[in-house]
Structures are given as C-alpha cells and as structure tokens.
Design a protein around this ligand. Structure first.
Ligand SMILES: [Zn+2]
Length: 198
C-alpha cells in the first residue's frame, strides 16, 4: 500500500496537537501500529501537549522523545512494522526530516505531522515549509485572536523580550490576528521611541 503524508499546522493554541491526537486515536481504533515522536532538548523544557492528549489511549502505541530533534535519530528509532508515524512539534526537528519523511512514504507509511508554521517574527519555522510542499494533504488550523476575540489568529505573538527564535513555554505567547498584531507591534515601537526620547 502506498504511504502518504499529512501536515497539520497553525499558530500556538490552534488545536494542532488535538487534531493529531484525534488522528492517532482513529488509527488505534483501526488496530494500526503507531510510533509517535517529539523532540527533546536538554537545555529547555516544553509542555509536551501530545503526551497528555494521548495518555489515555490504548493500543499499539509507542511514544518516543528524540534528543535535540535529530531526524536521523528519529529514523533509527522507527519500528519497521509501524503503520503510522506521528511527529509532533516538527518545527524543532533538523531539516533532514524532509528526506526521512519522503522515504517513509515510499515505504508505505502513513506520516502525520503537526508543527508551527511561523515563528514569532512571522518567518517559516524550521522545515515546516518544505514538509508542507511534499505533503499529500495540508491542514491549517487557527486559534481565535486573544485581543479582539473574533478574527482567526495567524501568529504566536511573544509576550517576553527574548530574541532567540526558540523560547519554549505556552505562557510566553498569545495568538493574534493580523490587525491586532500590527496594532500591538506599533504600540510597542511607539513606547520604545517615547522611552528613548524621554
Ligand atoms: Zn484580533
């Protein structure tokens, strides 16, 4: 049977991990064997949303943290008889994840991928753009903007002043729509200018 690749993407709080866990549950009901992977970094922590979401599921399911998001390491740890490979927080994996995933499709695996599309500065995050290109199916999900509470959000806006691309922790972010993002960024810049001229 031919494999395929599905990517679920969007900003934080958009329900990516929830959708991924729904697809995992669906595969378990069909009695498929599933390998779930997520990246683990020694220097930082993350909430591991996917682990909490699939904790109660029963069936042939193995969940593995991959050190430093190393895609080759992920490839080594795949159970050869697994039907479904699920990858959460794919934006943190090394770029060679794209080659690994392409290979899995040729091996007949169904690959489910969830990850952030954009970083906090509105740039494509890690290999997510390339994964969306090679996917058979891409699903974009959106949170509701936390400022206006009506438009679809498009970005995970960072609430802290750190400038690294990766600062993990849900409390450091909020989901905003384009309009509210522009307004808040502008207000921030005005404040900075006021401060500098004071
Ligand atoms: Zn808004």
């Amino acid at each position: 049977m031919a494999g395929n690749i599905k990517v679920i993407t969007g900003e934080m709080f958009s329900g990516k991990s929830k959708e991924l866990s729904r697809l995992i549950e669906r595969a378990l009901i069909a009695d498929l064997t599933i390998d779930v992977f997520y990246p683990v970094f020694s220097a930082r922590d993350s909430s591991r949303d996917i682990i909490q979401r699939i904790a109660g599921l029963r069936g042939s399911l193995v969940v593995t943290g991959v050190p430093e998001g190393n895609a080759q390491e992920l490839a080594h740890r795949i159970n050869p008889v697994a039907d479904v490979i699920a990858i959460d927080e794919a934006q943190f994996f090394t770029n060679d994840l794209v080659q690994v995933v392409k290979h899995l499709r040729h091996e007949g695996k169904r690959v489910l991928i969830a990850g952030l599309d954009l970083d906090y500065q509105e740039n494509p995050f890690g290999c997510m753009g390339a994964l969306m290109c090679i996917a058979d199916d891409v699903m974009k999900v959106h949170a509701v903007c936390t400022a206006c509470k009506k438009s679809d959000a498009f970005i995970s806006h960072r609430l802290t002043a750190e400038s690294d691309q990766v600062v993990v922790g849900e409390t450091n972010y909020t989901a905003l729509c384009v309009e509210c993002y522009d307004r808040i960024i502008r207000t921030k810049q005005e404040r900075t200018t006021d401060y500098q001229t004071a």
